[in-house]
Design a binder for this molecule. Structure first.
Ligand SMILES: [Zn+2]
Length: 255
């Protein structure tokens, strides 16, 4: 599932490829643009590519934005005029120069829409600060005294935006925190160090273009399955259900 590093990698791809292009038309079948909004998009120029948490925005010269959420399996691919649509294409943004941006999504949980303003959208969704740049003071202010389990807290997009199941496990592994701990139970030093772990892991993942094959072998992610060994101490990696999904962790390194 695309989390912050994957969406940021797509943002950088779009920043290199579709900036300043003029939208000619948008077509598609699955939950995409409200047909009434289509006239608001054609003829508009993409002036910037932004991201907040797992949402991606193509800002337009009209002041409005095209917003995308990648769901479980969404992706974007720029194809040239003569290329066919890639498999599982659900929507296509056609540009005046003939190229097309294909929104592919085998599982169909992705969304593509028009919003009058990016910042108003983020506020209306009550998204927390973006995890890639969250400041320590902001994190501590949100987290201190919370009865939430730390794993749930990291996944809660209203608290911090962008972290999903896989990176939450990595953050807790590197911070040495058991996924079932509540924030109130954490000693102040661990709570103080947690935002640095978040930013470090997400930045490293973005630098490696969210390519799992390049992640350090000292990370949990390459060992995140049953029967694997902890890369730090050799203990068997365990898992526990949190919010209906498995949290993988090392029972000896994470307390
Ligand atoms: Zn361990």
């Amino acid at each position: 599932m695309p989390e912050l590093p994957e969406v940021e990698t797509i943002r950088r791809y779009l920043d290199r490829t579709v900036l300043n292009r003029t939208i000619a038309a948008i077509s598609g079948t699955v939950p995409t643009i409200d047909p009434e909004h289509l006239p608001l998009l054609s003829g508009k120029v993409i002036t910037g590519i932004a991201r907040h948490g797992k949402f991606l925005f193509a800002d337009l010269d009209s002041g409005s934005s095209l917003v995308l959420h990648f769901g479980m399996t969404g992706d974007l691919l720029l194809v040239s005029e003569e290329d066919p649509d890639p498999p599982y294409t659900r929507s296509v943004v056609s540009f005046e120069n003939g190229s097309r941006l294909a929104f592919t999504d085998p599982r169909r949980f992705g969304r593509l829409g028009w919003v009058p303003g990016r910042e108003a959208f983020v506020a209306a969704r009550r998204l927390g600060p973006d995890a890639l740049t969250i400041a320590r003071e902001a994190f501590v202010a949100i987290a201190t005294g919370s009865h939430q389990r730390v794993k749930m807290f990291l996944l809660d997009q209203h608290r911090i935006a962008g972290i999903g199941n896989i990176y939450a496990d990595e953050i807790l592994f590197q911070a040495g925190i058991h996924p079932l701990r509540t924030l109130r139970e954490l000693d102040p030093v661990r709570l103080f160090l947690l935002p640095a772990a978040i930013v470090h892991i997400l930045r490293t993942a973005v630098e490696l273009s969210a390519d799992f094959d390049q992640y350090p072998d000292t990370w949990l992610i390459p060992h995140r399955s049953r029967g694997e060994r902890c890369p730090c101490c050799g203990e068997t990696v365990d898992r526990v259900m949190v919010a209906g999904r498995y949290a993988y962790f090392c029972p000896s390194c994470q307390k």
